[in-house]
Design a protein around this ligand. Structure first.
Ligand SMILES: Cc1cc2nc3c(=O)[nH]c(=O)nc-3n(C[C@H](O)[C@H](O)[C@H](O)COP(=O)(O)OP(=O)(O)OC[C@H]3O[C@@H](n4cnc5c(N)ncnc54)[C@H](O)[C@@H]3O)c2cc1C
Length: 375
């Protein structure tokens, strides 16, 4: 059997490529090292963060990916919830950026609403009464990051004829051939979507690009009691300086310098808070950012405390006990959102390098498959 396309990696990027290729009439196989995919795609918030994007190509890419998620979710029977996103301000400098954005909502291509402290408190249960105010956008969607890959893989196999090889680490991908420990398959095109695994396939090409990994700490509470419900993603001021949607705000440098002098530990550990409720009532919390192949904070417990401290500044969860802690990793290349390499004839290797592969993955895949089919 010769495949038109062999995809290495069964994370969201791999599945997005498989879907676009199958729709283009290609015979597709996905090779995933794990018995189930266990990379960044199942370790994240499941946030499709349209709200976080800079106007222009970045925002367009996120919106195009959202359209694909709608189609895929409908086909695969996945829940896709328009959660919205609420930035909660505790400091004047945060409020200044949020107010500036709200005043220029149209220019940002966003649908921002500015809230005062009382509005924030009424917006969602548990939010602080002492917030200065907030910024709300309806443009953030929640997918079930833990269940999505299995649902999409099953649907691609059933409805689109994609072949899946699980437990199949690809040891070599070159010369129109994909090689695992067990077998070899001919493939006309090969797309490598291995996330932040740069060691196995084409390590020299990855090294030359300067790409590295980012390590993130995440937590999840036990399910919240009694139907307690948090609709929006809740974020704070440290997210405002992280997301490119706010990059052009004139008031941003003042916020950044305030954070550097008053929240130095959080800044040093790349901490910001995102709180997102899952379908079982638990709340996913994160995260931190440590850059480098083997990056590891001196005291991971202290990093968790910083994340929880940021949360406590903004909201009180009725159930605060932590049921799960985990680490996720994604590819990082400063100032670049995507790395696409052509390390050998017929081989494309790519990874999303801005930590937003759920938000941009389907659009990235559409471009790759477009390049292949137009050749
Ligand atoms: C903690 C955290 C929070 C995040 N939150 C968000 C968010 O809310 N919204 C958002 O848009 N993005 C978020 N991201 C980023 C997003 O999760 C990633 O950009 C995206 O999941 C990357 O997908 P991927 O398919 O490239 O990589 P992965 O999901 O890492 O998948 C790569 C797969 O390739 C397989 N593989 C690697 N090498 C081989 C090989 N040689 N042979 C066979 N299989 C191989 C691995 O086993 C793995 O399953 C977050 C990331 C993290 C870590």
């Amino acid at each position: 059997m010769t495949y038109d396309l062999a995809v290495v990696g069964g994370g969201i990027l791999g599945l997005a490529h498989a879907w676009h290729a199958a729709r283009a009439g290609m015979r597709v196989a996905v090779f995933e090292r794990g018995e189930v995919a266990d990379g960044a795609s199942v370790r994240n918030f499941g946030m499709l963060a349209i709200v976080a994007q800079r106007p222009g190509p970045e925002l367009d890419s996120a919106r195009a990916t959202l359209d694909s998620w709608r189609e895929v979710a409908a086909g695969a029977g996945l829940a896709l919830r328009q959660a919205g996103c609420l930035f909660v301000a505790r400091q004047d400098e945060e409020m200044a950026v949020l107010s500036e954005c709200a005043a220029n909502s149209d220019g940002y291509g966003q649908n921002f609403t500015l809230l005062n402290g009382d509005n924030v408190h009424d917006f969602a249960p548990g939010l602080s009464r002492t917030a200065l105010g907030g910024l709300y956008s309806p443009d953030a969607w929640k997918v079930d990051q833990c269940g999505a890959l299995a649902a999409i893989s099953g649907w691609l196999a059933r409805e689109h004829g994609v072949t899946f090889h699980f437990g199949a680490e690809v040891l070599e991908a070159a010369n129109g051939r994909v090689t695992t420990a067990a077998s070899e398959w001919p493939a006309q095109h090969i797309v490598i979507c291995g996330g932040d695994d740069f060691a196995r396939l084409y390590p020299e090409a990855w090294t030359q690009s300067g790409v590295t990994s980012c390590r993130l700490q995440m937590l999840r509470t036990a399910p919240q009691p009694g139907g307690w419900q948090l609709d929006p993603f809740v974020l704070g001021g440290l997210s405002v300086t992280r997301y490119s949607a706010f990059a052009e705000c004139a008031s941003l440098p003042a916020l950044r310098s305030h954070q550097q002098s008053h929240q130095a530990d959080a800044v040093a550990n790349g901490v910001h808070v995102i709180a997102a409720q899952e379908a079982d009532g638990s709340v996913t919390l994160g995260d931190s950012h440590h850059y480098g192949a083997n990056a590891e904070p001196d005291d991971p417990g202290a990093v968790d405390d910083l994340i929880l401290g940021e949360l406590d500044e903004r909201m009180t969860l009725p159930e605060r006990s932590i049921a799960a802690r985990w680490v996720g990793r994604y590819a990082h290349l400063a100032g670049q959102s995507l790395l696409r390499l052509h390390p050998a004839p017929g081989v494309t290797a790519l990874t999303v390098t801005n930590g937003q592969g759920m938000t941009h993955g389907f659009n990235v895949a559409a471009q790759t498959i477009g390049e292949i089919t137009e050749k």
